[in-house]
Design a protein around this ligand. Structure first.
Ligand code: FAD
Length: 286
């Protein structure tokens, strides 16, 4: 089933993101975790893809397993940095052969020492356009409520969303954020700029002190006073920290739904227990 069709029903959705193993020895552990998450029957799931091919080998097997065994619609992330037209076309053939019909079209992070002049793709909109011309995939893209770190301004980054929509993106999933007001302001600006497709709010529960610097470093998202207070209060108490982090994410999600925004995507970090907790709290209307 196409993700755009699910999002366009207007019903509330709750989807889950998982990541594949980097090496074969971890395959079964990750497969089992993703199966537990699929058994919760989220609206759909998405499977990440390592930029430049690193950590990308097992995206399709994990995605195909979810789709075939659980009939949960699945999104295959696909990055294009350093890829050739041929690499991308090969991936699309494999996806089509196993019934994966949803792709999140991404550029991926720029590798050190990159030589983009020689690449077939430079930005996600080029990838979206290429996929669109290749067949009947539903294409999504990434959006950044606090702007992509390389973008000169939020307005410039929102202009890029228009380009991605014109190239074939039928929805966007946002980078994780901790301040809902930034997301609501972003939505207003995006709509004013003429972007019409659904925007899915990306939420990541922070469950351990260890995760924090990595999360902020990778996402470039700002913290919020409430999250900062929890971090400070429970820094030395992992169980209370975990509970406070999950409670904070639940409050974010409840507030998003209360604002009439129907679509939330949870960065589960392959944690089935966490996914179950959130699913049991909010369910979904589909
Ligand atoms: P783009 O849309 O190409 O944007 C990158 C930068 O270029 C932005 O600053 C943008 O403003 C600018 N830009 C874009 N198009 C143009 C244009 N035509 N002309 C001029 N400037 C332009 N990474 C992974 O490696 N694997 C994953 O599975 C993965 N999943 C993700 C899922 C989500 C929901 C999100 C939000 C991010 C994900 N990422 C993933 C991270 C992503 O690959 C990085 O943030 C990357 O740096 C940018 O990818 P993009 O698709 O947003 O790129």
């Amino acid at each position: 089933m196409k993700i755009a069709d699910i999002l366009n029903t207007g019903k509330r959705t709750l989807s889950f993101e998982v990541f594949p193993p980097k090496t074969s020895d971890k395959f079964d552990t990750v497969r089992e975790a993703t199966e537990k998450i699929a058994a919760l029957r989220p609206s759909y799931m998405s499977v990440t893809f390592g930029a430049g091919g690193n950590g990308a080998r097992y995206t399709l097997p994990i995605a195909a397993n979810i789709e075939q065994k659980f009939e949960v619609p699945v999104v295959h992330h696909l990055t294009c940095v350093g890829s050739t037209f041929e690499n991308i076309d090969e991936r699309l053939i494999f996806m089509r052969m196993v019934g994966v019909e949803n792709v999140l079209a991404l550029r991926g992070d720029m590798p050190d020492g990159a030589a983009p002049e020689a690449w077939d793709f430079h930005h996600a909109d080029e990838l979206a356009k290429h996929i669109k011309a290749k067949g009947d995939f539903c294409i999504g893209g990434a959006a950044y409520p606090e702007k992509h770190p390389e973008a000169p301004s939020l307005e410039d980054d929102i202009r890029v969303l228009r380009l991605k929509e014109e190239a074939g993106c039928e929805y966007f999933t946002t980078q994780l954020f901790f301040d809902n007001n930034l997301f609501y302001d972003f939505l207003e600006k995006v709509r004013a700029a003429g972007v019409t497709v659904p925007i899915v709010a990306g939420i990541m529960p922070v469950t351990s002190v260890k995760q924090i610097s990595r999360i902020f470093g990778l996402s470039h998202s700002k913290s919020s006073p409430e999250l900062d207070a929890a971090i400070e209060k429970y820094e030395l108490d992992p169980d209370s920290f975990r509970k406070a982090g999950i409670d904070f994410a639940k409050k974010q999600i409840a507030d998003i739904y209360a604002h009439g925004i129907r679509n939330v995507h949870l960065y589960t970090m392959n944690n089935a227990e966490l996914a179950a907790d959130i699913k049991n709290t909010f369910g979904s209307e589909d």
